[in-house]
Design a protein around this ligand. Structure first.
Ligand SMILES: Nc1ncnc2c1ncn2[C@@H]1O[C@H](COP(=O)(O)OP(=O)(O)OP(=O)(O)O)[C@@H](O)[C@H]1O
Ligand SMILES: [Mg+2]
Length: 353
């Protein structure tokens, strides 16, 4: 099903939970709604499902306006945040629930539940009660139950929030593959950026009730349109005055804020830096072991920068004088945003310092 939301706004009392949110989801796509707690993600899902009425704005499914349509007629499967299964019902009966409500025949129910047990890898567990299942298995039952009545849109609100990190990783790969197999349009809420980046075809970043950016995970990572998005997807630090940076001074107006990612930096002694003349000077403020690399913080005149250093390179220590070459940065001001490359890096005759 093709989904369009136009200018959705929703307040609870005087608090605006959703502000002028517009988006489009193509049929069959898996979209991640990502953002910090309280940003309005669940509210958006609940409006799509018809559980909350927007104050203004329009929702269209396949071109039809559904604002007035009751939830049960919208053809939606919903796995709620922290959703509990029916505790006294077996796996089988939980999955069959929606079909029983729809008054399907016994034979139809048997066939459909059997298919879903197969699809979700729950064979052998049909007679178990929810408390006899692992967290991951329970989530798969919730997923199967939502899919049972053959919805055209699946809404998943942090389906893996209560599950430990390792199982969660397995489940999200499973979810992506299963949704691709079923071919159902899916909107998936998470506040875990790694989860969104791995699972979703497209991501919507929700912050303080607004849709900050909508795009493919790669597009959002490479071209964050706001400092918030840059900070939320990937690691970064912010510098208040980019015009003080060597190699960028010509292109950066004094008022512009810069966002720099660790991947855009080289940190080291002069001989280790590819273009020392294009680098900032600084002092190492801290060094942390991060398992597969060193995380190094350097104090420079333009501000504090954060970079990674390979474990193969000689160790750095707080207080060491180093150079920091910034290859690239994102620049933001009132006029908009752009990505800048270090000009001095391309200087054919570098001036040695
Ligand atoms: N029924 C309600 N009455 C009053 N305020 C509400 C109601 N539902 C949500 N809110 C408020 O609206 C804001 C957005 O809530 P929402 O549940 O959509 O956030 P969320 O992005 O899903 O957060 P989380 O990641 O914590 O689940 C919050 O500040 C919340 O307190
Ligand atoms: Mg929520």
């Amino acid at each position: 099903m093709h989904i369009v939301a136009e200018h959705l706004t929703k307040s609870f009392g005087r608090f605006q939970a959703t502000r002028d949110v517009s988006f489009e989801v193509e049929s069959g796509k898996l979209v991640g709604l990502l953002g910090p707690s309280g940003g309005g993600k669940t509210t958006i899902l609940r409006m799509l499902a018809g559980l909350e009425e927007p104050d203004s704005g329009v929702i269209r499914f396949d071109g039809r306006i559904v604002n007035q349509q009751p939830p049960r007629e919208r053809g939606i499967g919903f796995v709620f945040q922290n959703y509990a299964l029916f505790r006294h019902m077996s796996v089988w009966d939980n999955i069959a629930f929606g079909l029983t409500v729809q008054k399907r025949t016994k034979a139809q129910i048997k066939e459909r539940v059997g298919e879903l047990i197969e699809l979700t890898g729950l064979s052998g567990l049909e007679r178990r009660l929810p408390h006899q299942l692992s967290g991951g298995q329970r989530q798969r039952v919730a997923f199967a139950r939502a899919l049972a009545p053959e919805p055209q849109l699946l809404l998943l609100d942090e389906p893996f929030a209560a599950i430990d990190a390792k199982v969660r990783k397995e489940l999200r790969t499973w979810l992506k593959e299963t949704i691709a197999r079923v071919g159902i349009t899916t909107i998936f809420v998470t506040h875990d950026q790694e989860e969104a980046v791995e699972v979703a075809d497209r991501i919507m970043i929700i912050h303080q009730g607004r849709l900050e950016q909508h795009g493919t995970p790669l597009d959002i990572y490479k071209h964050p349109q706001t400092p918030f998005v840059a900070g939320f997807i990937g690691e970064s630090v912010q510098l208040d005055d980019a015009s003080r940076l060597r190699g960028f001074a010509e292109d950066a107006p004094a008022s512009a804020r810069a966002i720099v990612r660790p991947e855009f930096l080289e940190i080291g002694r002069q001989a280790e830096i590819s273009h020392p003349s294009a680098a900032e000077r600084g002092t190492v403020a801290s060094v942390y072991f991060r398992g597969t690399y060193w995380q190094v913080e350097v104090e420079t005149e333009a501000g504090r920068l954060l970079g990674h250093r390979s474990l193969e390179q000689p160790e750095l220590h707080p207080g060491d004088e180093v150079l920091v070459l910034i290859h690239r940065l994102y620049l933001y001001n009132d006029q908009g945003h752009k990505t800048l490359e270090n000009r001095l890096k391309f200087d054919p005759l570098p001036v040695h310092i």
